[in-house]
Design a protein around this ligand. Structure first.
Ligand code: SF4
Ligand code: MG
Length: 465
């Protein structure tokens, strides 16, 4: 998901809508905005579909007045899947004795089932099936006298990955979980402030990137400035390495590194680790593009756009149903036949998950007359599900969890298949010595199976490490 908030600007909702539009790649199912002003109190709009279709018309935006607002774009990793329930669309709102508060959450709470059961037993009335709603109910039960203190209380009993943007009538609040699994950044916007999942959304509103919210940090922002707190026990951070590989936009800066530069460097590492004689290096657009450019540069094999993407389609894996995802490949990608015919092609993609996309793409390339197809993948084999906010499927649907590399090569029907190593990926992501097995700098559980936060709910459902 993507989260964004502003305070201290005229017509906050317009900025929030722009910010969410720049974060649309993080969630395409639905979006919502909450604002507050003195005259009208809290107002909200929550809709299915794209930001540009819902939060541009005057009729909607005029219902969202005020100098403070937050928003969310949704991609379901918990609760109802797809555009099925508007009640699961964030931000969520709660009324407390000291006033209202709204929250928007990116990540996944790994003990949400346990928390929910307990809260319901104690009288909480849940409105949604989303894990994020637990935070509101935990806040309602806290005895603290102000909302930031209640949030601290609530988040101390939450496990898993969370970046949160919240608001009261006057305060914009941002929090990252102790490991900092999901991103969150602070920007200066005119006389006001902005919080965003990624820096690319600061760019769109013309805000200056100030700094990242630190893992385990809470910031409370008013028109007067930013206060910083550290409510959690300090731990070594474990940022999601898959944000660098795929999830974030390439024009964002994560952990002081350009996402584009990291992806380009993964391609360089791949070319060193897994060279092959061929005529062209082609990306699977758009996610494979920077790595393909890096592979081409390092190998000296010309880069070419062998697959053309229809710009009017979204991300395929973010479509939650299998059927839509299957269709998606053809709706989205087509082979550039004139270029491919008779050529030995290296195809570079960011990841192989179920293998359905890769098989179709390989078939399209062969149908177009390619002489050979070599797959190079800019992440290690995805062998484990993510429980922290990326919708990786269960193990039985993950190709790499069920086959070794040679079996995958045969299954995909390609001449060769190579993945970047975990060390190569770490080097590309700014760790020159590679992955330190005793203290890895990133979360890489979907590749390594080493989960930095115990997946409590999933283990109760029988998941074994
Ligand atoms: Fe990111 Fe993978 Fe960790 Fe999930 S399991 S947070 S996708 S690195
Ligand atoms: Mg892709």
């Amino acid at each position: 998901c993507g989260i964004f908030g502003v305070v201290g600007v005229a017509d906050a909702a317009n900025f929030v809508a722009l910010g969410l539009h720049a974060l649309q790649h993080r969630g395409q199912e639905a979006g919502g905005i909450v604002v507050h002003d003195h005259e009208h109190g809290f107002n909200s709009a929550r809709r299915f579909g794209y930001v540009r279709d819902n939060f541009t018309s005057h009729s909607v935006m005029q219902t969202l007045p005020g100098p403070i607002g937050i928003g969310h774009v949704r991609y379901s990793t918990s609760g109802s899947k797809g555009a099925t329930a508007i009640r699961d669309v964030q931000p969520f709102f709660g009324e407390f004795s000291m006033g209202g508060a709204a929250i928007a959450h990116n990540g996944n709470i790994t003990n949400a089932d346990a928390l929910r059961r307990d809260l319901i037993e104690r009288g909480s009335i849940f409105q949604s099936s989303s894990d994020s709603e637990c935070i509101i109910h935990l806040m309602a039960r806290s005895m603290q006298r102000n909302i930031p203190e209640r949030m601290k209380d609530a988040l101390r009993s939450v496990e898993g990955a969370f970046s949160v943007v919240a608001m009261t009538r006057t305060k914009l609040i941002g929090v990252r979980d102790p490991l900092g699994v999901r991103p969150l950044v602070l920007g200066k916007l005119g006389d006001g402030w902005a919080l965003s999942s990624e820096t690319c959304a600061l760019d769109i509103v013309g805000a200056d990137f100030i700094r990242e919210i630190e893992p385990g940090e809470m910031v409370v922002i008013t028109e007067d400035g930013v206060e910083s707190y550290h409510p959690f026990e300090k731990k070594p951070s474990r940022f999601c390495i898959f944000e660098h590989v795929y999830f974030s936009r390439p024009d964002s800066i994560l952990g002081g590194r350009s996402v584009y530069e990291t992806r380009h460097q993964i391609g360089v590492e791949l070319a060193r680790e897994a060279p092959v004689d061929a005529d062209l290096v082609c990306p699977v657009p758009d996610s494979g593009t920077p790595a393909a450019i890096g592979y081409s540069k390092e190998s000296g094999i010309p880069y070419a756009m062998g697959i053309i993407r229809n710009q009017y389609m979204g991300r395929t894996f973010i479509e939650p149903s299998e059927q839509i995802r299957n269709m998606g490949v053809r709706l989205k990608l087509n082979v550039n036949r004139a270029l491919i015919k008779g050529k030995r092609v290296i195809l570079v993609d960011d990841s192989v998950v179920r293998g359905t996309t890769s098989r179709k793409i390989k078939q399209m390339i062969l149908d177009a007359g390619a002489a050979e197809v070599h797959f190079r993948i800019a992440s290690p084999p995805t062998m484990w599900p993510c429980f922290y906010g990326v919708d990786t499927p269960e193990r039985d649907k993950l190709l790499a969890a069920n086959m070794n590399e040679e079996e995958m090569r045969v299954h995909l029907g390609v001449d060769s298949l190579k993945f970047v190593t975990l060390d190569g990926l770490y080097r590309a992501a700014g760790v020159p010595e590679g992955r330190d097995a005793k203290a890895p700098k990133y979360c890489d559980a979907c590749f390594s199976g080493e989960y930095p936060v115990r997946p409590t709910d999933m283990m109760a459902k029988g998941f074994t490490l």
